[in-house]
Design a protein around this ligand. Sequence first.
Ligand code: AMP
Length: 190
Amino acid sequence: MLNLIFFGPPGVGKGTQASKAAKHYNLIHVSTGDILREEIRLETELGIKVKDVIASGELVPDKYLIELLENTCEKHKGAQGFVFDGFPRTLRQAEALEEMMERTNCKVAKVISLEVPAEELVRRLVNRAIEQGRTDDTADVIKNRLVVYQKHTEPLIDFYKKRDVFVVIPGEGTIDDIFAAICNEIDNRY
Ligand code: AMP
């Protein structure tokens, strides 16, 4: 099994690269943001519960994410592996993922951390909000999402560095060049 995590702040390009990696390595792409937005669209019980939290740029409580993780992995039991995109975002989620991996004798092979300068991030988020009509991405919410990222998600860098799986890939350049750097990292070191 090949399990990868795409890590980095909102707007860094995780979704694009995670989706390419899932196709290339034949893995299941798990974007928790996409799953949650779909729940909202379908007006499910979970969707109704998380709608306001997502609109504010805050994180959805861990218990929902952990449940969502377990359901998704259960649904794709025979998969060759997973590409996690936007998950984990808190230490508690990272621990839950690790426990789940241990139960099934698997591990996270790599955490691919995409990095771009802060001004570039804001520029990308504003453009994305305009292009995709993402109502969760207004200027104040964008700022809040970056603050939430620093507070809750950045501590995961140490968590994964300790496990020796953390790699940094510069997130500027063409989509294909960035993807080539990611594949190089996975193919040569895995
Ligand atoms: P994303 O599309 O990954 O930027 O996610 C959009 C929003 O969904 C986030 O701002 C959070 O409110 C929520 N969300 C997605 N993934 C998670 C997660 N792993 N933990 C908590 N909230 C999440």
